[in-house]
Design a protein around this ligand. Sequence first.
Ligand SMILES: Nc1ncnc2c1ncn2[C@@H]1O[C@H](COP(=O)(O)OP(=O)(O)OP(=O)(O)O)[C@@H](O)[C@H]1O
Length: 481
Amino acid sequence: MSAGHGFLHRPGDSPVHRLAPQVKIVAAVVAVLCVVATPREAFWAFGAYLLALAAVWAVARVPVRWFAARSVIEAPFVLLALLLPVTGGGGRVDLLGLSVSAEGTMAGWNILVKGTLGLLTSLTLAATTAPQDLLLGLQRLRTPSVLITIATLMLRYAEVIVGEAKRMRVARISRGDDPRFLWQLGATARGVGSLFIRSYERGERVHLAMVSRGWTGRMPDAAGAGGAEGAAPVEPRRSAPALVVEQLAYAYPDGHQALFGVNLRVERGERVAVLGPNGAGKTTFALHLNGVLGGGSGRVEVAGLPVEKAHLKEIRRRVGVVFQDPDDQLFLPTARQDVAFGPANFGLRGAELDERVARALAAVGMADFADRSPLHLSGGQRRRVALATVLACDPEILVLDEPSANLEPVARRELAEVLLGLDRTMLMVTHDLPYALQLCPRSVLIDGGVVVADGPTRELLADTGLLARHRLELPFGFHLG
Ligand SMILES: Nc1ncnc2c1ncn2[C@@H]1O[C@H](COP(=O)(O)OP(=O)(O)OP(=O)(O)O)[C@@H](O)[C@H]1O
């Protein structure tokens, strides 16, 4: 499901929908400026503007009632416009049997007609242009990139809220609730409360995914400044293992202890599956590997470099985390921009950046989709682009959280082929035991926040007693020969 088509956008394939977004933006801005500059007494001109808008709606096949429903946001201005004739000063005239201020009436009319036409013009633009295309249009009009990025983040957050609201509505209706009934107002109010909590949590995950690709809250500018903080690149110790974790313990801010002392050593080039039941602490562990989570006790070292604040830039360059939900990782108007986000944060610019992005997209077989909006891609395609966003940072260690979740069999196999073709150290958190067997010669089993088993994947999976003790099970019909 695409969360992008929400309250304001009405998808279609009319000539208005197909018009280049930058043309529509310029036309809308010019129209609003004309409306604002029109003398308030030029009644015929306002009539002409309305007719022109109605013609656009007819071509775009958007019904008038669609606009009427959305014009409620104008209500406060309408109220003000209606009050002005009563409260205005100066000479009074008779209007429909009421004595009203002549100047106040004209001022109210001015606000009402220009506000309404301005709003209808903006709604027409929003109705016929997908949010991502609006951003693309702004970009083509050479709007400063900082403004576009801010607009993008606002849009992403709006999508997060709309998406969560849709999911919660479906879940409630499927349990027999009908939000139209007045007596369910209490439940609706509670729903709105939990909507904001859920949106906050999802927004937090989007933020975590950005942080793990070097985002520090500052836009990288074209000259190469900005981006991730930290010291100058530190040379990795060639002799050191890829990863050393010692006695890693961590409690979340609410006091919930998720890790109780994890120990692990991974050599360069190893591919290791991280298995375990729900709530075992696998994701919490993975988020420590590039310092997205920290502040607990114990030690994490990547190629001999401790995961500490002073080295975060370097650590995040070396350890790429691909999150479980690709929607947490993708937030820019095109796949190409999303893939460029990480390497740009790490200081790459120009031809070098373009080349890195093209290589990452080609590695996951998505080169032809570079200029598509990630929100218009299928689940499997999004997962591949999400992987490309991390590959573009050229990490030494790739950490994947549930890479095969929600993938159809063909997409799952294709992703396995992509991953097997990558020559780097890999940690894969997964519940998909056959996938672990296919991709990772070694597995560690985490339960209760500690490593309870570590060995060749085939041996671990053949130990039915071990699997049963930790709520793991091979799929029906799957046997280890
Ligand atoms: N933000 C949070 N605040 C408090 N507790 C949390 C938070 N995130 C996770 N936990 C708790 O920490 C424990 C470990 O969670 P984690 O997500 O690491 O498990 P997991 O092994 O990845 O589980 P799953 O297989 O279900 O994804 C769980 O008990 C979970 O409820």
